[in-house]
Design a protein around this ligand. Sequence first.
Ligand code: BG6
Length: 464
Amino acid sequence: MKYQFPENFWWGSAASGPQTEGVYEGDGKGQNIWDYWYEQEPTKFFHQVGPEKTSRFYEKYKEDIQLMKETGHNSFRTSIQWSRLFPEGAGEVNQKAVDFYNAVIDELIANDIEPFINLYHFDMPMALQEKGGWLNRETVEAYVVFAKTCFELFGDRVKKWFTHNEPVVPVEGGYLYQFHYPNVVDMKKAVQVGYHEVLASAKAIKVYHEMNQTGEIGIILNLTPSYPRDENNPEDVKAAAIADAIFNRSFLDSSVKGEFPQDLIELLRDIDHLPEIETGDLETIKENAVDLLGVNYYQPRRIKAKETTTKLAEGPMPDDYFDNYIMPGRKMNPYRGWEIYEKGIYDILTNLRENYGNIRCFISENGMGVEGEEDYINADGSIEDDYRIEFVKDHLAYVHQAIQEGSNVQGYHMWTCMDNWSWTNAYKNRYGFIAVDLEQEGKRTIKKSGRWFKEMTDQNGFNA
Ligand code: BG6
C-alpha cells in the first residue's frame, strides 16, 4: 500500500535549546534550573552526565543544518533558551544570544528549512526559580516580556511559534513525581504551576496577535490517550476519564477551547485545590486560544479503577483516583518499558477532529529511544536502526488514515535529529536518526533511519 501525504507536508524533527546547544555557562548565558540542579545533585542524572554535555549545536549548527538537509527536513523545531536571552530571566538582553539565534534562523531559511520556534522547554532561569518559578505569578509577566522580545527580534522570519512544549511535564516532574527541579511533591502547588503556564501561554498569544505578526502561534502538548482496562467496567471508565482530565484535557481544553474541563474543576474544588485566579484571567484564556496545535505522542496510558491503597504523598495526588495498568500481551519498547500502540496517534487525531473543531495540527514529536549504548553499530561504523524505521512507518500509517478521514494534519516531526541530552535521563535513550559520538568531539553519523527519512520525504510518502 502506498502512503502518500498531502503536498507541502512539514517533514522534519524537533529538539530544544537546553538539550542541544551546550555552552551552558558561556557567552553570557545565565543559569537555569538544570544547570543549578546538576551542580547541586549530579547523582540524579544518568551516569552523572549534566547539561554541559550536549551535542554542541551552539558551535556545530551549520554542520547540523546541512545534515538536516541531507536527511530531508523542510522544517525544524527548537527552542530559544530563556536564560540565554535573558540571563537573569528579566532585564538586560544578552546580545550574544540574539546573534546566535539570528544566525541559526538565517542558516535554516537559507537551506529551505522553516524554523519552528518554541519559547519554553522546561528551562526556567534560576533567578526566577529562586522567587518561585511558575508558582509565582510574577513569572507569568516575565515570560510575556521574554515572548514579546522574541517576537520583536525574530518574528520577521519566524512564522511558527509555540508557547510551551509539554507544559504538563514541569507540573508532573517538578511538583508531583520528582524528576524536575524543584523536586517537590505537592498537588496544590502543581495545580498553581499548571494554571500559570496556561495563563502565560494565553497572554503571549494575545501579545503576538496584538503585534500584528504575520505567522501562527500554538502550543505543543504531549497527549497520552487514556484507555480504561475494561470499557464495560464503569469504574475503569471513570478512572480513565479522570486521568484524561488531569494529564490531557487540562492543557488541551484550555489551549484550544479557552476553558478548563468541568470535571477537573469539580475534582479540584472537592479537595480545595483550585488555583488562585485573578479577575480577568479566565477571559484572557477564553479569548486567546491557539492557532495551531503540536501533538507529541510516544505511548498510551492504560488505566484501571483504584485497587492499591499505597499513598504516594501526605496530601492528595492524581494517583489517588486511578491505577496505571500494563496490558498483558501488548507490544513494548524493550528499551524504555513503554507500550508501543500506533493506533493511539490516530485516536488523538480523531478526537481533535470530532471534539476540538478539527484544529490545524501536526505531529510535533514521535520517536523511539534506545536505552544504554548504541550496541547496534556494525563493525564498519554503520548503524542499522531498523526498529526505528518500523516504529515511524507504523505511526505514519495511522496519521495517513486520519488525514484520509479528514483530520487537519499538516506535518510530522520526529524526536529527534541528533541524539541529544535528555534531562535526568541524559544519554540513556538515544532517539536521533543521526548518532552523536560524545567520545569523538560529538562526531555525527547518519543512521539507516536518517537515510530512510530522506527517501521518504523526497517521495512525500512510502510504500508498505
Ligand atoms: C519529550 C520531551 O517528552 O521526550 C523531550 O519533549 C525529551 O524534551 C523526550 O527529551 C525524550 O525523553 P526521554 O526521557 O525518553 O529521554
